[in-house]
Design a protein around this ligand. Structure first.
Ligand SMILES: Cc1cc2nc3c(=O)[nH]c(=O)nc-3n(C[C@H](O)[C@H](O)[C@H](O)COP(=O)(O)O)c2cc1C
Length: 143
């Protein structure tokens, strides 16, 4: 089954880009930012995003809106300073657009201004590796 990676990164820390690059290496699959629309149908879209002002960014919403016909399942991967997940925000958008979002998700604390200076750290990336390997297995099993 086809997997695809899209990310949106905003802060100078580039935490979302770091998480995306890690996933990209793990899956040996290119990670593009959300300004790149999907060119073909995907079974699992790994959507790497972050919490900004307690919400997801409009670029992420626009990407979902513009690509809804091509996406079977969204896999949410995110970071925030508080450790709060964007899952509910992304799910709300997916529900509105008629896209499925899988229950499993990954979220981590990440650096912002002076807090969580060393995050995501080695443990966070190790957890991400396990999460992504499970998604890969799920996608291989299904097809
Ligand atoms: C403009 C801005 C607003 C943010 N608002 C929140 C917030 O409301 N809650 C939170 O937990 N983290 C917040 N953060 C922290 C980010 O979620 C965190 O730093 C994330 O890893 C940023 O990813 P990025 O470096 O890829 O942009 C905010 C960061 C920025 C830059």
């Amino acid at each position: 089954m086809k997997l695809c990676i899209r990310y949106f990164t905003k802060s100078k820390k580039g935490n979302t880009k770091k998480l995306s690059d890690f996933i990209s290496n793990r899956l040996n699959l290119e990670a593009l930012d959300v300004s790149f629309d999907l060119e073909e149908d995907v079974d699992y879209l790994i959507l790497v995003n972050a919490l900004y002002a307690n919400n997801i960014d409009k670029e992420v919403k626009t990407f979902l809106e513009n690509n809804k016909e091509r996406i079977s399942n969204v896999v949410n991967v995110c970071s925030s300073a508080s450790g709060k997940s964007t899952y509910k925000k992304v799910k709300k958008e997916c529900d509105r657009l008629g896209i499925n979002i899988i229950d499993d998700e990954y979220h981590t604390k990440a650096s912002w201004i002076f807090i969580n200076k060393d995050r995501p750290n080695e443990d966070d990336f190790n957890r991400l590796a396990i999460f992504i390997d499970n998604i890969k297995e799920k996608s291989d099993l299904n097809g």
